[in-house]
Design a binder for this molecule. Structure first.
Ligand code: DP6
Length: 316
């Protein structure tokens, strides 16, 4: 296969129901615990990789401006160059159609799009599993954005894999944005701190696989209540382990949103939070409208994004 040198990929962010937190191998960026996520629709990242003969260094442009995180990006591109034998440096341009302050991990959709575009631009004939493993080396949650619907990233493996179609449990996803200033501790650094300092990290390592296994069973059974209970259990355990190392993502308004979710009638919605202050609420589709309106009325909530379950990465 000759290398087209240039390719564009479109990907979506994902939200974990059972969380990845902590690394088995920091250099390889492999997760210490299994995780299961849902890929979103609505929000997307579009990334073009152009390998350019004669270019002196890799360059990353995000939303028209010089982008951050070039070391991890270069390392993904280096892996593609090593596998393909191509030596050119690349211009990487990326756009998100969603605000970064929405707290939806742009590194997940970002590294998934980077990996898929780079693999194709370099003419590598890799399947999605191998491309997912490449995305994981940049950001582990990105491995999951390669696929649509419900997606699993096992702790033992190197790549994510599709776990179930969206119709096993149709969900609406409501993202309650609680601040414009979402400059929290990044997940990579916060995980490292948790691993080094948290007295609860070992407890997290013990409970996460158990919650994950139960969550998979509940999901396949289409058991909304059980999926909700386990997602919230994973959320609190992850945040408790981080908090014991001094990393606090929950803010007053996050708690107010969570209290509002808890006030809803049983079986209507459940919540999760990631490495930021916004609250992600999963609702049964028929209740999405009324739940979104209630969340919008919580003092401090700036807006509520309404999303659904989406598809995996694609080339354009
Ligand atoms: C809380 O994938 O951003 O969102 O591998 O260091 O890039 P790195 O971390 P990242 O961590 C995501 C953590 C999380 C939970 C999850 O998505 O599973």
């Amino acid at each position: 296969m000759t290398a087209p040198l240039r390719a564009t990929a479109v990907t979506h962010p994902n939200i974990a129901l059972s969380k990845y937190w902590g690394k088995r191998d920091v250099v390889e960026n492999t997760p210490a615990v299994p995780s299961l996520s849902v890929t979103l629709s609505g929000f997307e990242t579009t990334t073009t990789v152009s390998f350019e003969p004669g270019r002196g260094q890799d360059e990353f442009v995000l939303g028209g401006r010089p982008g951050p995180g070039s070391l991890r990006i270069t390392s993904v591109l280096d892996k593609v160059r090593a596998a393909s034998g191509m030596v050119h440096r690349a211009l990487v341009t990326s756009e998100n159609n969603f605000p970064t302050a929405s707290g939806l991990a742009s590194s997940a959709s970002g590294f998934a799009a980077l990996a898929l575009a780079a693999v194709h631009a370099a003419g590598l004939d890799w399947d999605l599993a191998r491309t997912s493993a490449l995305a994981r080396s940049g950001s582990a949650s990105a491995a999951r954005s390669m696929f649509g619907g419900y997606v699993e990233l096992p702790a033992e493996g190197l790549s994510a894999a599709p776990f179930a179609a969206p119709d096993v449990l149709p969900l609406s996803v409501l993202v309650a944005v609680v601040t414009e200033d979402a400059k929290d501790r990044g997940s990579t650094d916060a995980m490292k701190e948790t691993m080094q300092r948290s007295p609860y990290y070992d407890a997290w390592l013990r409970m996460a696989p158990r919650v994950h296994a139960s969550l998979k069973r509940a999901l396949l059974a289409g058991d909304f209540d059980q999926v909700g209970a386990l997602t919230e259990e994973s959320t609190w355990a992850m945040h408790a382990s981080a908090m014991a190392a001094g990393i606090v993502y929950v803010r007053e308004t996050s708690l107010a949103v969570i209290r509002e979710v808890k006030r809803l009638e049983h079986g209507v919605a459940f919540f999760t939070m990631d490495a930021g202050p916004h609250v992600k609420v999963f609702a049964r589709p028929e209740h999405a409208q009324s739940v979104a309106e209630r969340l919008e009325r919580v003092p401090g909530v700036l807006r509520v994004h309404r999303l659904t379950i989406g598809s995996g990465a694609r080339l354009v």
